[in-house]
Design a protein around this ligand. Sequence first.
Ligand code: GAL
Length: 471
Amino acid sequence: MVKQIAFPDKFWWGAASSGPQSEGDFNKAHQNVMDYWYQESPTEFFNQVGPKLASDFFEKYRDDLRLMKQIGFNSFRTSIQWSRLIKDLETGEPDLNAIDYYNGLIDAAKKNGIELVLNLHHFDLPVELLQKYGGWESKKVVELFVKYAQTALELFGDKVNYWTTFNEPMVIPEAGYLYGFHYPKYVGKGKEAMQVIYNINLASARVIQLYKQMKLKGQIGIILNLTPAYPRSNSLEDLAASEIVDALFNRSFLDPAVKGSFPKNLVELLEKDGVLWQGTKEELAIIQANTVDFLGVNYYHPKRVKAPGKEAKYSAWMPDKYFEEWQMPNCRMNVYRGWEIYPKAVYDIAMNVKKNYGNIPWFISENGMGVEGEERFIDEDGRIQDDYRINFYKEHLAWLAKAIDEGSNCFGYHTWTAFDCWSWNNAYKNRYGLIAVDLENQKRTIKKSGYWYKKVSDHNGFTYDLDYEIK
Ligand code: GAL
């Protein structure tokens, strides 16, 4: 199938990264939970590589932004680190060194004509706030987050047009409280996870409220990982399971962010089970009144869901009593990451946002493919021939273009990621970049996909020439 795939004018082409995954921990005022986790248990990280140096973006951001421009970026997201910007976590007083760094970064983006999106939280809570107050389980931490955000917005709010409150907030309760794959690595703390969901929604709404009160001229949104929940079959049991998964893993943030309220079926279920979060009428009114201007959607893989088996896996309350995930036989997999590849979900997400969320302006804020051992694909000129990545992007973009043709209000596409960076405990196992980073010497080399991306950005589209059908 050969077809021209075209995107609207002013479409965003770029990528996302985050402070903790790219900068290295130079000059940081505090440790975040990831820095601390590595310090305590380095063996839990792939090849024992931690966040100390990461991709040295702290030193190299000027060159890196130039490279991003060279591969066609007109926009780029990264995050401010709470643990870097704030010297005094109780008062929100900033660290002077950090102010210089962020001002330098903002200027460098401007110089290269790159629209910067600044995110305020990318899984990187200062660890002291976990130890002292219990982290996101605590409303005190919500207060302190608002202070941090106020400092950030007072310093940089008029220089940056696009802000986001959180990246993938659902990962914080999911990975930290339900299944234990991120620090604090609790497993089976279902009730606490529900409080974390509520508190982060409140924190996000409070920062949106602040942004509006400050009358800043830009826009503020949130970045959500949406994982469409597809039922195994049309049986009532499987359908019920997929609805609960959707309510918990997608709508628990999507609904408050866009509509100002929590999904009714989720609230009822949690109430019935005696695990509903503690909240007040005043807080709910803040959530109701302060919704996002735009939405960022990270999409990597769908969730395949079926009715739960009979056996209870956990002693305390867990949402898993209502569902089980399963792997479809013969589905396409990214074997390095263990994630299903299902490009059509991009279209399904777009149509869901159009139909059920007022067609709010949104963009794909992360999409990408991590591959292990990419040195295998280096050619005689030293360039990684990552055709698999190009094909992955083509398929996802083709579904996105179809959704836009059908009226979806999508304004951009960001890959994960610009240059190879650190991925939590997977460290540098899988590489995602359009630009390779050699960990021996931090040398950057544009991959084949980077050159391809430049052409896509220049033409605002590409020729679709794969067998994979977009129907
Ligand atoms: C996302 C996350 C990123 C990055 C990516 C690839 O879920 O937002 O920070 O780690 O996964 O692993």
